[in-house]
Ligand binder design. Structure first.
Ligand SMILES: [Fe+2]
Length: 260
C-alpha cells in the first residue's frame, strides 16, 4: 500500500506520522510506503540537530518505508550530498535504509505503480530568507532535471500510473485562487505542459497547503491529510483543517477589534 501526505516542514509537522494521528501506520510493513510530497524539511541543519536526528531515527524505525519528493523549503546542499542508489527502478538519495529521497524527473515503480516524480517549486518568501542557510536556488530544477523528466516520459510513452510532485500545474493554482501569490513559478508552467500531454491515473501534490481533490483531473492536493493512494480514503485523525488565512479570520472574529 502507498500512503501520501503533504508538506511536513521538518520538526514542525513530522509528528503527523506518529501513531496517535496515523494509527493505520502501525500495521504497515517495509513493503508499504508513506510518501511526503515535498517540504520534507528534516534535512535542514547541517549537521542535523539533536531533535532532527531523533525524528529521522523514528522515521527509520517506522514499520513502513518513507519516501519524499523535494519541495522548495529544503536544504538542497544536504539532499544533493546524499549517497545515491538504485531503488524502485531509478536512483534515490539515501538518508537511511528506509528513508529515501525520490529525485526529480525519474519514473519509479513503487508498489506496482509507475510513478513520475518531479519536486521543486519557487518560494514566495525567498526574499526574506538567506541563501545557503534558509534558501537554496536549487529549489528551481536545473535544465538537466527538466530534460530528464521529458526523457523519462518519452521512454514510457507518456503514460504512467501516478504523478507525484510538490507543486501543481498552473490551472490548479487558478482553481484554488492562489495564482496571484504563486504566479510565474516555472515548475508549475512545466507541469502544465506535462499535464496537457500525459496519460495518468492519479496525480498527488503538496505545496498549496490545502486538502482538495479535483475529480475531473484526478489531482489530489494534500496538506495534513494522510490518504491511502489506492482507495483515496483519508486515514489520519487530523484532517481537512481550513486554510491558515481562514483560521486567522475566524480567530479575529472571536475577539473584539480595537474601538469595538
Ligand atoms: Fe510548504
Amino acid at each position: 500500500m502507498i500512503f501520501l501526505t503533504g508538506d511536513t516542514h521538518g520538526l514542525l509537522e513530522i509528528g503527523r506520522l506518529g501513531a496517535a494521528n496515523f494509527p493505520s501506520g502501525e500495521r504497515l510493513t517495509r513493503s508499504d510506503a508513506v510518501v511526503i510530497l515535498g517540504d520534507f524539511g528534516l534535512l535542514w541543519n547541517d549537521p542535523p540537530r539533536g531533535e532532527e536526528r531523533l525524528a529521522l531515527g523514528r522515521l527509520e524505525e517506522s514499520p513502513w518505508t518513507t519516501l519524499f519528493v523535494d519541495g522548495n523549503h529544503e536544504n538542497f546542499s544536504m539532499l544533493h550530498a546524499l549517497p545515491e542508489e538504485e531503488r524502485f527502478g531509478a536512483p534515490v538519495g539515501v538518508v537511511s535504509p528506509n528513508v529515501l529521497h525520490l529525485r526529480r524527473g525519474y519514473v519509479y515503480t513503487i508498489g506496482g505503480k509507475r510513478c513520475f516524480v518531479f519536486g521543486g517549486a519557487r518560494s514566495v518568501d525567498r526574499k526574506s530568507r538567506t541563501p545557503g542557510k534558509s534558501w537554496w536556488p536549487e529549489e528551481i530544477p536545473s535544465a538537466e532535471e527538466y530534460r530528464r523528466g521529458l526523457d523519462s516520459l518519452e521512454a514510457c510513452g507518456w503514460s504512467v500510473d501516478w504523478i507525484l510532485t510538490h507543486t501543481a500545474p498552473n490551472h490548479i493554482l487558478h482553481a484554488l485562487d492562489l495564482h496571484k501569490y504563486l504566479a510565474g513559478d516555472p515548475v508549475s508552467a512545466y507541469l502544465d505542459e506535462i499535464h496537457r500531454e500525459i496519460a495518468y491515473e492519479k496525480w498527488f501534490c503538496g505545496h498549496l497547503h490545502r486538502n482538495r481533490c479535483f475529480p475531473n483531473d484526478r489531482i489530489h492536493v494534500l496538506r495534513e491529510n494522510i490518504v491511502n493512494g489506492d482507495t483515496e480514503e483519508v486515514v489520519s485523525v487530523e484532517r481537512d483543517r481550513p486554510p491558515l488565512r481562514e483560521r486567522i479570520r475566524s480567530f479575529a472574529r472571536l475577539r473584539p477589534l480595537e474601538g469595538d
